[in-house]
Design a binder for this molecule. Sequence first.
Ligand SMILES: C[S@@+](CC[C@H](N)C(=O)[O-])C[C@H]1O[C@@H](n2cnc3c(N)ncnc32)[C@H](O)[C@@H]1O
Length: 208
Amino acid sequence: MFLEKERTHKIRTRYDRISRYYDFMESPLEKLLFSQWRRRVFDVLDGDNILEVGVGTGKNFDFYPVGKSITGIDFSKGMLRRARRKAQSQGVKADLVDMDVQDLQYDDQSFDTIVATFVFCSVLDPIKGLEEIRRVCKKGGKAVLLEHVKPATTLLGRIFDLLNPICVKLIGANVNRDTVSNVKRAGLNVLEEKNLFRDVVKFVVAKP
Ligand SMILES: C[S@@+](CC[C@H](N)C(=O)[O-])C[C@H]1O[C@@H](n2cnc3c(N)ncnc32)[C@H](O)[C@@H]1O
């Protein structure tokens, strides 16, 4: 338990540190690829109560539907500070809360749709986080994820394994996670799985 808290704190500190240049660092890929993938996520939202976990600096704000109740959580104060600034300047209405996805402070079945974009590559215990998503998602609701994962090809998979420690250090993200399996292991049922960039970037819709 102590070790888990220590390791979670380390990830949080890393995101606090990179929050300053996060948007700048990702801007070329954001323009080229990410923004069209994000749009896809927000095209399939259902219901009035939306939760975004790992909201980061608020890169999804451009796609938030008007008239819904939106809550965004993140455990990095640095990322949240930027998200709040962005929400204010863009006139986005969302409740932005400092919270760990591994320990969500919401009742069971509170949300219609839960969104996560590029989050479960960095959550210390992704299955715990995904179990929390399952718990707070209404029966009949859904989780929509956009995640990069380890490629299935043996050689490429090995390269991603080798690169992983460097990526974790530099950008805080693991590049060798099998997030689709983690979704299933957390007890969510995968309704849709699409490859957006080879088999490295996945669009996943799942239900409790
Ligand atoms: C790679 S960034 C993605 C940010 C944003 N979703 C996006 O698409 O740009 C990962 C985000 O997940 C957050 N995060 C990682 N582990 C978390 C946890 N256990 N609880 C809450 N947020 C977490 C980080 O602070 C960071 O903001």
